[in-house]
Write a protein that binds this ligand. Sequence first.
Ligand code: ATP
Ligand code: MN
Length: 420
Amino acid sequence: MDGTEVTLAGWAHEVRDLGGICFLVLRDREGLAQVTLVAKKVDRDLLEKVRHLSRESVLLVRGRVKQEAKAPRGYEIIPSQIEVLNVAASPLPMDPTGKVGADLDTRLDSRFIDLRRAPVLAVFRIEGEVLRSFREFFGENGFLEVCTPKVVATATEGGTALFPITYFEREAFLNQSPQLYKQMLMSAGLDRVFEIGPIFRAEEHDTRRHLNEAISIDVEVSFADEADVMALLEEAVAKAYRDVAERCEKDLVALGIDLTVPKTPFKRVTYTEALKIANDGRAVEIEWGDDLDTEAEKAVGSAIGEHYFMTEWPTAIKPYYTLPFEDRPEISRGFDLMHPSMELASGAQRVHDPDLLAEKIRRQGLDPDGFEFYLKAFRFGMPPHAGWGLGLGRVVLTMLGLENIRDAVLFPRDRRRLVP
Ligand code: ATP
Ligand code: MN
C-alpha cells in the first residue's frame, strides 16, 4: 500500500489551509481520503489551485499513498497532479458535511447534496442491499421476476385512490397495485412470480408512513395457501435483516444502529385477539368488524414488541379477492405483516372460484364488467393461489428506526411534492 501510485476521483469535501501545510479532504462513495500538500515540497501552482478550490468541486487526484495514522482510513495521498473536472458554485444550497443542520424540506429540495452526507447515503446503500437480498431470496426459491403494466384501465380496489391520466382519447389510471395482473399470471401457469415496482395511491394522507408513489415487493404463488406465503414472507424479511447486518456494517455504524435480526417464525395473532388487546383500557372500544386505527395498531404492537402476523381478518374489511374460510365465511384468509409501529405487508389466499369472485366484486360496490379481463382468467383453469405485497419504504423505515418514510425514499412523492 505504502508508496503505491493511485488515481482518485471525487468531491472537495474540505480544504484546511494551515500555511505551511494544506489538507484537501476528498470524498467519494466509499468515504474520505486526505490529500496532503506541504508548501515547501509541492509545486506552487498546484498549491494555489487547491487553496482557491470551492467546496464540492469535482477533482481527479493522482499521487502516492503514504501511511499516516492521523488521516482518515490511516493513509494520506501526496499529490503529483490535481485536475479540476468541474467547479462547484458557491454558496452551496445546503451544508454537505452535516455540521449545519437542515430541515427535511430543505434537504429534499437539494437531495443531490443531502445524499453526499454519510448517514443519508447509508440509508440508500442499505436499501440497495435489501433489494439485492430479496431478489436473491426469490432466486433461491424458484421465483420468476415479472413486470406488469403501470398504466391501466381499471381500479384494482375501487376508484377513490386512483390517479387518472390522459391516454390518447381515453382516460386511464396509474396502477394502485399489480394484484390483478400477478393473479392472472397464476392462470397462465407461471407458478411463482415476484415484482418490485411502483404503486400509485391518490390518497390525500399526510402521515410519516404514506406516500403517493411507493415501491411494492409483490409475490404470488400457485397451489399455496396463506400459511405458505406467510412463511415465505417472514423468511424473506429475516434474510434481509441478516444480509444488512452482515454486509452493511459500515453503513450501520454511520447511522449509529445496532441491528437485531428478528427471529422466525413470527408470532401469529388473530384479528379477534388483537382487538381484545387494543380495546383494553380504551375509552371508545373498536367493534368486531371495524378496521384497527393507528392507536390500536400501536397498542397491539407494543404489547407484542416484535414483528407479528395479524390473521383471520373479518371478510368484510378485506378486499374482494381475499378468500373467506369455508366453514366461517365471516372470517377470511387475509393477513397483515406488522412491525410494532406499523403495517408492512398485506396478503391472503385468494378467491379462485370465478362465480364467488364476481359476486364479491359486486358486493364491494364495483362493476364486474370492468373486471372482465380479470375474471376471464379465472374461468379457464385458475389454480388456488396466495400472495402478498410488501412496502419497500416501510421495511427500510422500520429496520433503521427512521422518523419518516421520506427519509427512506430518494425522491418522495406526496401531495405537496412533485419536484425534484
Ligand atoms: P395502510 O393501511 O397502511 O394505508 P394499505 O393496507 O392501504 O396500507 P396495501 O394495499 O395493503 O396498503 O398495500 C400493501 C403494502 O404496500 C402496505 O402494507 C404498505 O407496506 C405498502 N403501501 C401501501 N400504500 C402505501 C403508501 N401510500 N405509502 C407507502 N407504502 C404503502
Ligand atoms: Mn394493507
